[in-house]
Design a protein around this ligand. Sequence first.
Ligand code: 2IT
Length: 447
Amino acid sequence: MNNYAVRVAAQLRQRYANEPEYLQSVLTWLDMIDPALDDPRYEKLDLLTRMVEPERMFTFLVPWVDDNGTAHTSHGYRVQFNSAIGPYKGGLRFHPGVNPSVVKFLGFEQTYKNALTGLPIGGASGGADFDPRGRSSREIMRFCQSFMNALYRYIGSDTDVPAGDIGVGAREIGYLYGQYKRLLGKAESSALTGKGLTYGGSKVRLEAAGFGTVYFLARMLEHQKDSIEGKTIAVSGFGNMSWGVCRKAAELGAKVVTLSGPDGYVHDPDGVVTEEKLEFLMDMRDSGQDKVSVYADRFGAAFHPGKKPWEVPVNVVIPCATQNELDVEDAVRIMANDVRYYVEGANMPATAEALKLLRLSPKILTAGSKASGSGGVAVSALEMAQNSIRYNWKRSEVDARLREIMSSIYDASAAAAEEYGLGYDLIAGNDIAAFKKISEAMIAQGL
Ligand code: 2IT
C-alpha cells in the first residue's frame, strides 16, 4: 500500500479505535483506491486526511414526550462530511443502533456515493438513537418536531439537505419539513428531500433506491451479454429499498424470491411480483411491527425463523437491510449456491472478511453500495433540481434520468477499473472514479 495511505490508516486506527463501522468503511476504501494514489499532490496537500474525516459533526439532545406523558431524551447527530461538489446531502436514520461510528460511516459512504451521480451534491448523514418501533404517529410527529428544533439552523438548500434512511420515510420527512417551514416562516422546499408529492416531492423518489439498484444490475448484465429477464433474486429486509427492488425486478421480467426481517426470512418461489404483494409490503412497513412472518401467513410462503435468506439458491443476491448483515458464513453459502451477481443495496452490508471472499470468488461479479446503492440520493438531487425551477417532471422523465444516471455510474466504475488494470473490479473502479472526482474538486478549491 502507498506509504502516505499507510500512515493515514494508522492514524485512523488510533483515533477511532472505538468506532468499528467507521474504521471498516474508510480502511476498505483506502485499500480500494490504493492503485490511484500515485500522485505527489495528495500527500503534499494532506488530502487523504481531509477526505476520510468529516468537515463538521455535531450532536444534539432531542427531548420528547410519549403518549403517556413520560419524557424521553434521544441523541441526535448530523455529520457534514464533505462539501467539495455541492451542499452536504444525505439521509437521517432513526434507529436505536445509531451512534457516532454509524453516522460517520454513513456520511463517508454518502460522499463517495453522491460524487458519481453527476449532480452537484456533497455528502452528509445523521439521525438519532430513537426507536420508532411501536410508536404512535403523534409520538413520531413530536419526535420529528423536536429533532428539527435542534437541527434547523444548520441545514438549508445551499448548506445541507437531509433526506430519509432507515426509520425515516415519507411520513417523517413530512413532519420534519412542516416544522422546518414553521421555524423559518418560509417554504424553502429544497432543504429536505423525500417530500410528499403534494408539497414538492419528486415522482419516483419513493421507489428510487430499489429502482436504482436494479437499473445498475441490468446494466451490469447487459455488459456481460446477459439479461435480467428470468433472473431469480434474493433480497434481505422488507423496507423501502427491498420494495423498490421487487417492483423494478418484476417490471423487467426478473423475480425477487426472498424477504427478511429481524424475525427470519420468507421464501416465495413465485416471486414478490404482484401488485397485491407489493402493496402488502408497504402495509407491513407502515404497521411498525418489524416482522416479516406476516407475509408468509398472508401468501402461504415458507417462513424460516431466525435465519437469513442467503441460503436460498438464486442467480443474484441484493442485500437491502443494513450494515454488516452478511458475514463470512453467508458469503460461503452464497458461493456454494453458485450465485453469479452480488449487488449491494444497503450501505456496507457485508463484513470486511465476507466482502473479501465474495470479491475473490472468480464466479461472482460484485458491485458496491457506493455505486449500486445510489439511486435514492440521485433522485433526491433531481428533486432539488425540480424544486429550484418550481416545476415537476413527469414520472417517465424522472425514471429515465435515474436509469441514465445508474448506467453512467456503472460505466465510470468499469472504465476506472480498466484504466488502473483492475480487470472487472467494479468496487475498486467505483471508489477510484469517485475519489478522483472529489480530490480534483478539493484541490481546485484550495485549502
Ligand atoms: O443512503 C442514502 O443514499 C440515503 N439514505 C438517501 C440520501 C438522500 O439524500 O437522498
